[in-house]
Design a protein around this ligand. Structure first.
Ligand code: CA
Length: 439
């Protein structure tokens, strides 16, 4: 991952798309996140980048010869219906494409009219999943989340002894990954309401969200080879928002001895935009310092540059809106606010660990962070933590209370990066509404 900034990060740069120059816009010219869309004219998905309130059609740009001819391979992969081939090209060509797009969509674009002909309003297109995700792994990288959840189940030993040595994860399910906006049906599952009751199969009663950040793998590795920690960041194409919907009652009954299964794999929602590692360069920071006395990472997870700049300063927020709030026209209510930099493990450490046994990663694989919680009570990334296992309630502006999600509740995740001397960039939104369990 390139950690230096260049002219594409210049906060004074402006776009030919006026809406991209408005303060507070998620998609200024310094961002250029990748997605895919379809519309009435284009049934087959087409790759695009977001710029202001528009999408820039990469397929159309390639056909017009706007993507440069010294790198024909770049134009070729931009004509494909998903990002995997582009992701597999590697960081040098990602950078080349970023520079081409920055010039094309800039205020002084040399191809102003041709570039403008490739723009469509976001409101006129339907976003689709831009990546064919072969494998999905969900980590558990927030020590605050692990400690908060552990305290509910094991008050005397909240953190298991391996936590500070091994980036813990489980293999998730790629087939049930859906794009933001798609409804999430309350799952059925096996659970026990009280320790002495018999288990029963019923609609989930303790439905939860999990606020996460996902890293999309670019170039992978051969089976049997490992990605060294010093190179791991170069293998990450970009980040997107993830909601790892969780059935807590099902999870509590099934998770031992092999970890979560049906409590997690009924739906995972992704935001439509992948913010590239390049765009995030100004927001790379040192990870939150490990408390004194914590073990140092083993050599295959330790890298000086990763410890200096391997984390991301990204503010993440969760909003809840009930059906009653929606009907009354009341805005989504923010229920938490955290920061990705508070993770205990960096994405480079997660990726290096994942491949450290020779497991092969492939372009388009998704590595999610696990629930992002911070040290503050307002930075807890799921209801299980916010309501202490359902024993407390969140009060909504409508007067309603929540310990877990009700049918009709909409969960909206937002994230953005902001600091002096850099242009603010955003991730857009990751939205899902809970619908009733099937009859
Ligand atoms: Ca999770």
């Amino acid at each position: 991952m390139k950690m230096e900034t260049d002219q594409t990060h210049d906060p004074s740069a402006r776009s030919l798309v006026e809406s991209a120059n408005v303060a507070g816009c998620d998609f200024p010219i310094q961002n250029l996140p990748f997605g895919a869309f379809s519309n009435e004219a284009q049934a087959c998905p087409r790759l695009c980048v977001a710029i202001g309130d528009c999408v820039f059609d990469l397929n159309a740009a390639a056909e017009l010869g706007l993507l440069g001819d010294e790198e024909e391979i770049i134009a070729a992969v931009c004509g494909e219906p998903c990002l995997n081939s582009l992701m597999g090209l590697g960081s040098r060509r990602w950078r080349t494409l970023r520079h081409i797009l920055f010039t094309l969509l800039g205020e002084r674009s040399p191809h102003r009219e041709a570039a403008a002909s490739c723009l469509l309003r976001q409101r006129d297109v339907t976003m689709v999943l831009p990546v064919a995700i072969g494998d999905y792994t969900d980590f558990y990288a927030s020590v605050h989340h692990a400690a908060n959840v552990g305290a509910l189940f094991r008050p005397d030993h909240p953190l298991l002894p391996n936590y500070k040595w091994v980036p813990i994860a489980y293999h998730g399910r790629a087939s049930s990954i859906v794009l933001s906006g798609r409804a999430v049906r309350r799952p059925w599952g096996q659970s026990k309401t009280a320790p002495d009751d018999a288990p029963q199969y019923a609609p989930c009663r303790r439905l939860d969200y999990e606020l996460e950040m996902g890293a999309l793998v670019g170039v992978g590795n051969e089976l049997g080879e490992a990605i060294p920690i010093a190179c791991a960041a170069e293998h990450i194409f970009g980040l997107c928002l993830v909601n790892d919907w969780s059935a807590r009652d099902v999870q509590a009954w099934e998770y031992q001895p092999l970890g979560p299964f049906l409590s997690k794999n009924f739906a995972t929602t992704l935001s439509p935009w992948i913010v590239t590692a390049e765009a995030l360069a100004p927001f790379r920071v040192a990870p939150a310092p490990r408390p004194a006395g914590d073990p140092k990472p083993l050599p295959h997870l330790a890298d000086a540059q990763d410890q200096q700049r391997g984390a991301f300063d990204i503010i993440v927020e969760v909003f809840l809106q009930s059906a009653a709030m929606r009907a009354a026209g009341s805005a989504p209510h923010r229920i938490s606010r955290g920061n990705v930099r508070d993770l205990y493990w960096t994405f480079a450490q997660m990726l290096a660990h994942h491949s450290s046994n020779g497991c092969n990663l492939r372009p388009g694989d998704l590595l999610a962070s696990g629930t992002i919680s911070g040290p503050a009570a307002t930075a807890r990334g799921c209801l299980l933590e916010l309501t202490r296992g359902g024993s407390e309630q969140i009060l909504l502006p409508s007067g309603e209370q929540r310990s877990f999600l009700e049918d009709g509740d909409e969960v909206r995740i937002r994230a953005y990066c902001e600091r002096a001397g850099a242009a603010r960039i955003g991730f857009g939104e990751c939205v899902g509404t809970v619908t009733a369990a099937r009859n």
